[in-house]
Ligand binder design. Structure first.
Ligand code: F6R
Length: 613
């Protein structure tokens, strides 16, 4: 989720790039860099200074030479390689003339790097992106124009990219291309721009165009031309933009939460990219615990807080079912105060979006003190949790700004379920064909979430009708239970209403006493194995006057008989349902909070990251 910007034909290139990068910081900020190009000279500056990277880059640029009318800039959200200046973009080829910036993930970078090194190329960073500079260098050496050299290079890379390339031997040209990661082009008289997002160039360009997947664009001061990967001309679609800067930073949405809810398909796709070799082996590049150790794991303990704790609870079902390892899930703030038992073979997994939550960090320290091996699941590269753990798996949801976590949750569930499949593969507790089918299914969730998002209006209209409710119960069974907990947490945080998540089977053991007319029960009914049981639980609450809202699959014909309102979702393998079923619950909580006129991105009393106990 990096931010990229480029400009050709400008009289104030450097300030355009730096201002644009400042506005792109919400896409990532762990390092930043620019390259300016003129005939025969490429000048580059890079800086890594945590959240202050763009400010640090400004200092680096104070003594930049003048007279450059073209350049590219990048603000990074690390996926491969630590957030250090050496890994910051732009990356250069061996000659130092070609500069590239890249947002996305090059899946086959290891094999490409090996081939390039065997042909004498020298790499200077630990990123997947640098291969692009060297591939393009080879194509340029064949005498190809920059646009053709980029095209040829892209034919051999797999993965996601929005990239921009310059070459001091073809100055005043930028070649940009896109697959999956966003890219726009903007024009004004005599100056042409590109950016990952509109805010970076909103006040500079007059007309904006969207670049589609597998399109390559050659930008020059007088305008641009676009082709597909085969070189056939294509027309870019002109965008109607009537946003102000603030709306633009939120991707045109009213708030970051809506933007982040809508980014969930991308968060899932990015988290799952590059995780399986061609022989079917599931891999985590960042995982530094040996296969043998994982084979010998006897018990897994997951520690986390809040939404991350709910993702961890989903993982318990997946790891136990697929890998036959016993799993415990602990609230991070409780773990270290309860004399936890750590035996040989105990693997502790700390799950945290920020990787800075004090409770989770203290829990893994306690686990390590007692001799456990620790894996971190973190959304932030090189977070404290990631650094302190023995190994790390990064979710790649991108920067999450809204306090209420949304896309981080689905990415955590995907990463943890992938880890469960890896354990099953190593321990041979599932047949390879089952692992294959589950892996395919997991990859299909992104599209199912995208389909679910198109039904936003249906979910919002239910919220409008229930705006006066004061008490909500969220019920689920199996993985529907952590989903119910997450739905209740979202509603509490945003609407400040009473909302409780319960395992549906527990209802009769006490909470049923609270059910009366006016109470709303939201039930997760998407798991066919649990369907009958949960329907009878719903009949019980309905008989006591509750209003029932059901999250149900498209093909569920029985639900209408018990539910007053239905949130329809696409059906999937039961273990994957939390990633889909949570979507209507997020939208429901959001719509209730909007209806009650609450602040969305910063609910009262809450902080994005809890760093005090
Ligand atoms: C809920 C929410 C919090 C966090 C919790 C843990 O929407 O955002 O409950 O999930 O504070 O934060 P991380 O995952 O950063 O450790």
């Amino acid at each position: 989720m990096c931010g990229i910007i480029g400009v050709v034909g400008s009289s104030d290139t450097l300030s355009t790039l730096l201002e644009g990068l400042q506005r792109l910081e919400y896409r990532g900020y762990d390092s930043a860099g620019v390259a300016l190009v003129r005939p025969g000279q490429t000048w580059r500056a890079r800086a890594a200074d945590g959240t202050q990277s763009v400010a640090a880059l400004r200092l680096e640029c104070e003594h930049a030479p003048s007279g450059f009318s073209s350049g590219i800039g990048h603000t990074r959200w690390a996926t491969h390689g630590a957030p250090e200046a050496v890994n910051a973009h732009p990356h250069l080829d061996c000659s130092g003339n070609i500069a590239i910036i890249h947002n996305g993930i090059i899946e086959n970078h290891s094999e490409l790097q090996e081939q390039l090194e065997s042909r004498g190329h020298v790499f200077t960073s630990v990123t997947d992106s640098e291969v692009l500079a060297h591939l393009i260098e080879e194509e340029r050496a064949k005498g190809l124009e920059l646009i053709d050299a980029v095209r040829q290079s892209l034919l051999i890379v797999r993965g996601a990219f929005a990239l921009a390339v310059m070459d001091a031997n073809e100055p005043d040209v930028i070649v940009a291309a896109r697959r999956i990661s966003p890219l726009v082009v903007g024009t004004s008289p005599g100056v042409t721009y590109l950016a990952s997002d509109i805010p970076a160039i909103l006040d500079k360009a007059d007309v904006f165009y969207a670049v589609n997947d597998d399109e390559v664009v050659r930008l020059a001061p007088e305008g641009f031309r676009a082709v597909d990967l085969e070189g056939a001309p294509v027309r870019l679609h002109q965008l109607q933009i009537d946003w102000d800067l603030e709306t633009a930073e939120k991707g045109g949405y009213d708030d970051f939460m809506t933007k982040e809810i809508n980014e969930q398909p991308d968060a899932l796709r990015a988290t799952l990219l590059d995780r399986r070799h061609s022989d079917g082996t599931i891999t985590f590049d960042e995982l530094r615990i040996s296969d043998q150790e994982l084979r010998e794991v006897k018990r897994v303990v997951l520690v986390a807080a809040g939404t991350s704790h709910h993702a961890a609870q989903v993982a318990k079902y997946a790891i136990e079912r697929w890998a036959s390892v016993s799993v415990e899930v602990d609230i991070a703030s409780e773990y270290r105060y309860r004399d936890p038992i750590v035996e040989v073979g105990t693997l502790v997994i700390g799950v945290s979006q920020s990787g800075e939550t004090i409770d989770t960090i203290m829990a893994i320290r306690e686990a390590q003190r007692r001799g456990a091996r620790v894996v971190a699941i973190s959304n932030i590269v090189d977070s404290s949790l990631a650094r302190e753990a023995d190994a790390v798996i990064y979710t790649r949801a991108g920067l999450e700004v809204s306090v209420a976590s949304t896309k981080a949750f689905v990415a955590q569930v995907a990463a943890l379920e992938l880890f469960a499949l890896r354990l099953a593969q190593l321990r041979q507790t599932l047949a390879p064909s089952d692992i294959d089918a589950l892996f395919q299914g997991l990859n299909a969730v992104s599209a199912q979430v995208a389909k679910t998002l198109t039904r936003r209006g249906d979910y919002e209209s239910v919220a409008e009708q229930l705006l006066n409710t004061r008490d909500f119960f969220f019920l689920g069974r199996h993985v529907g239970f952590p989903t119910a907990l997450e739905g209740a947490l979202k509603l509490k945080e945003l609407s400040y209403l009473h909302a409780e998540g319960y395992p549906a089977g527990e209802l009769k053991h006490g909470p049923l006493a609270l059910i009366e007319p006016g109470v709303v029960v939201v039930a997760i009914t998407t798991d066919p194995n649990m369907h009958e049981k949960i329907l009878s639980n719903l009949a019980e609450v309905k008989a006591r006057g509750a209003t029932v809202v059901a999250v149900a699959t498209d093909d569920d014909e029985k639900i209408a008989a018990v539910a007053d309102f239905v949130f329809r979702v696409p059906a999937t393998e039961p273990m994957f349902t939390p990633m889909i079923d949570v979507v209507p619950l997020q939208i429901f909580a959001y719509a209730i909070a909007r209806g009650l006129k609450h602040e969305i991105d910063r609910p009262r009393n809450l902080a994005k990251t809890v760093t005090v106990e």
